[in-house]
Design a protein around this ligand. Structure first.
Ligand SMILES: Cc1cc2nc3c(=O)[nH]c(=O)nc-3n(C[C@H](O)[C@H](O)[C@H](O)COP(=O)(O)O)c2cc1C
Length: 195
């Protein structure tokens, strides 16, 4: 039997991304769970930010940000960036994260995060208490020692060990083991009618 839940804004797992925004005077980091890649051509990504967030002001100013995927070992820093505000503190100083120059935009990426995207804001879509920001991913970075030449985009997910977030449930998890490849695993699938 199924039971119906009170909350309906539940989707898991998602990344817990560290979004960097701001300008040369001060760069800020906030944690984002409402995030997703929504198109390949052009590579388009959405994040949703609450209307009153300090970081939203910063992104509106520069029209750019970086998305940094932390490893599971960085879950304490990730949670901290999701409760402390850049209005009151310098989250780069507090976490010890290093700013690394981006290639296509001014906003830096976080050196210690294994995977990073440079993003240019293209559209704002108001959604009640959140503003959905549509952006184009203009550059992607991966730590050299976490590459896999056999993989179609050269990323070894096991080595990246991305932090997994279960939004609304409010829990951090690790990714677990690889089961198979997408668009290939179906070859081993036996339809019920054939059994
Ligand atoms: C795991 C996690 C996920 C979060 N996801 C979002 C999100 O998707 N959108 C949002 O506006 N705030 C989100 N937050 C809250 C912000 O990260 C938090 O309010 C942060 O302190 C804002 O920083 P700022 O004041 O420097 O902008 C999340 C927090 C955590 C811990």
């Amino acid at each position: 039997m199924k039971k119906q839940l009170k909350s309906k804004d539940i989707l898991f797992p998602v990344p817990a991304a560290l979004v960097v925004c701001g300008n040369e005077k001060k760069y800020n980091i906030l944690t984002i769970g409402w995030i997703g890649m929504v198109s390949s051509t052009p590579p388009s990504l959405v994040i949703s930010i609450q209307k009153n967030r300090y970081s939203l002001e910063l992104i509106r100013e520069t029209k750019e940000f970086t998305v940094n995927i932390p490893s599971s070992e960085q879950y304490l820093e990730t949670d901290y960036c999701g409760v402390a505000s850049g209005r009151d503190t310098d989250k780069f100083a507090d976490t010890g994260f290093t700013q690394l120059k981006s290639l296509k935009i001014k906003t830096p990426i976080i050196k210690e995060c294994p995977f990073n995207l440079e993003c240019k804001l293209t559209q704002e879509i108001p959604l009640g208490e959140h503003i959905m920001l549509l952006a184009e991913a203009v550059e992607a970075h991966i730590d050299e020692d976490k590459m896999d030449p056999e993989n179609r985009v050269n990323i070894d997910i096991g080595k990246v060990n991305p932090l997994v977030y279960c939004a609304t449930v409010r829990e951090y998890w690790t990714i677990g083991k690889k089961l198979g490849k997408s668009f290939e695993s179906y070859k081993k699938f036996v339809p019920k009618k054939a059994k």
